[in-house]
Ligand binder design. Structure first.
Ligand code: SF4
Ligand code: SF4
Ligand code: SF4
Length: 310
């Protein structure tokens, strides 16, 4: 593949010709903000926060989708670019709950980070607000609709695994929202609690329910562990607070790793000091279950016991 050289904010960078501007910028340490972009997902250019100015082009360009060109000159922080970014963030924050103090996502939330970077405040303007609808039906995931910024990452990541595609956009305009199946609760839906969607949500709209209230990112240490349940080897993080291992959470499912509930529960059982009881879905309802059943170890343990008895 050919390499091309372009200039971004005065710095020259040489990258393969299939790179986009945002990837080239990242290579030289220039962070372009983006809410809907994820290198592991299909590019949709929906949030438009990543716009940049390209010399010789009249319109602002979305850096997540525009491929680099030889000799291209890009500016990522001009007055025009900053004004647009602030406008987009203000629109989001005018209709967003001012909940950073208690939000589980605080400290890792991209909206919070960009609001700080671009000095944009909550609810500067009056107007219609989203309803506060929270789906608490799953013991594994909490869905808080009024924090959703409709980036669609959850929809795209769920659909990456065949037979899942549980999430989609529903309704239109101001009423647009993310739904599970035909607008069912997580409990009623076909969701398999893999938590892929939680790992990619840039805000606190989808949260890992088993972590809430236990630790936020600045509270303790994070140790990476690799699941050994199957050959994919998905990555999980073990969170430690006050010398206690308090929670396990799934890491981004890059490289096609599917993530699954069994892998996550196995990691909880192996690493946590006080693992919470597991749940399984039975006829569309979550019910508490035993570790033996949750991890599918019944037959294996029975066989071991029968061998031991002999
Ligand atoms: S989702 Fe982000 S911006 Fe919204 S309340 Fe939580 S931390 Fe704050
Ligand atoms: S937990 Fe997994 S299956 Fe359920 S909605 Fe999220 S990505 Fe889809
Ligand atoms: S739930 Fe999260 S990932 Fe899904 S669209 Fe809303 S903000 Fe994006």
């Amino acid at each position: 593949m050919r390499n091309l050289t372009l200039t971004i904010d005065g710095q020259k960078v040489t990258v393969p010709e299939n790179y986009t501007i945002i990837q080239a910028a990242e290579k030289i340490g220039i962070e372009i903000p983006a809410l809907c972009y994820d290198p592991n997902l299909e590019v949709v250019s929906a949030c438009r926060l990543c716009v940049v100015e390209v010399e010789g082009v009249n319109k602002l360009q979305t850096s997540c989708s525009i491929k680099v060109e030889d000799g291209m000159v890009v500016h990522t922080n001009t007055e025009k670019v900053l004004a647009i970014r602030k406008e987009i963030l203000q629109l989001l924050l005018d209709n967003h709950p001012n909940d950073c103090l208690t939000c589980q996502k605080a400290g890792e939330c991209l909206l919070q980070r960009y609001a700080y970077t671009y000095n944009v405040k909550f609810r500067e303007h009056d107007g219609a607000r989203k309803e506060h609808i929270v789906d608490t039906s799953s013991p594994y995931i909490l869905k808080d609709e009024d924090k959703c910024i409709l980036c669609g990452k959850c929809v795209r990541t769920c659909a990456q695994v065949s037979d899942r595609a549980v999430l989609s956009f529903a309704q239109r305009g101001f009423d647009t929202k993310i739904v599970a199946d035909a607008d069912l609760s997580f409990e009623e839906s076909s969701c398999v609690s893999c938590n892929r969607c939680v790992t990619v949500c840039p805000v606190g709209a989808l949260l890992d329910k088993r972590i809430i209230g236990k630790s936020r990112i600045w509270d303790g240490e994070v140790e990476e562990v690799r699941c050994k349940v199957c050959d994919y080897g998905c990555d999980f993080e073990v969170l430690t607070k006050n010398n206690k291992k308090v929670a396990v959470r799934a890491k981004s499912p890059s490289n096609g790793r599917p993530l699954c509930l069994k892998g996550r529960l196995t990691s909880e059982l192996l690493y946590l000091d006080n693992p919470q009881e597991p749940y399984k879905k039975e006829d569309g309802k979550f019910v508490k279950t035993t570790w033996k059943e949750a991890l599918g170890l019944g037959d294996v343990l029975d066989k071991i016991n029968s061998i031991d008895d002999k």
